[in-house]
Ligand binder design. Structure first.
Ligand SMILES: [Zn+2]
Length: 192
């Protein structure tokens, strides 16, 4: 499965140099469909205030601070974990094929990363493994937030049929609702 499920992240074309990168938040939220580019967490479901990550860190390339095409909508955990890391040490090289980062708003991300059946994000190439390591995906509960999102979608689908449900189906609805609340509680108690 793809890290972002069936959603595709793509930055709109034709955005000129910004006065301040912070102005790009609404555009990023739209283009990233409210998802963290790196881990796929949804900001609206988790009710979390997301950050704006500079793909090439400002410390490596201050010229791209206000370049829309260098911005990534990111959850606080991914943004703070990535921080000033830039393994290639060359601002023009995101990765050398083995180490570095991959822009999550490109199809290249799917070549190196995937989400396994449990919902965990895994590298499927040496570079993908390096990205996972740099974002601490190897020790983070990247599955938990994904499961919660899947349950939310299921709930939304079920909600449409609620009036038509018989007793057994209604019981299924209630049980899934309980699971949802359990996972959300787990997510907030354990955090990331
Ligand atoms: Zn994230």
């Amino acid at each position: 499965m793809r890290v972002h499920g069936d959603k595709r992240i793509q930055r709109r074309t034709g955005v000129l140099q910004l006065n301040n990168y912070k102005d790009a938040k609404p555009m990023l939220q739209e283009d990233f469909d409210n998802m963290c580019g790196y881990c796929g967490k949804n900001s609206t479901i988790m009710n979390e205030r997301f950050h704006i990550d500079h793909f090439v860190p400002k410390s490596f390339d201050s010229d791209r601070e206000n370049d829309y095409y260098n911005l990534v909508l990111a959850c606080p955990k991914c943004n703070l974990t990535k921080s000033n890391k830039w393994p290639t040490k060359d601002k023009t090289v995101a990765n050398d094929g083995r180490i570095g980062f991959v822009d999550p708003a490109t199809e290249e991300y799917d070549i190196h990363m995937e989400r396994d059946e449990q919902g965990y994000i895994r590298g499927i190439t040496p570079l993908g493994e390096n990205v996972c390591k740099n974002l601490n995906f190897d020790v983070r509960r990247t599955d938990l937030y994904w499961k919660i999102q899947c349950l939310y979608q299921l709930q939304a689908e079920l909600e449409k049929f609620r009036d038509k449900l018989d007793n057994e189906e209604l019981r299924f609805y209630v049980v899934s609702n309980q699971f949802l609340k359990k996972y959300i509680k787990e997510a907030f108690v354990q955090g990331e």
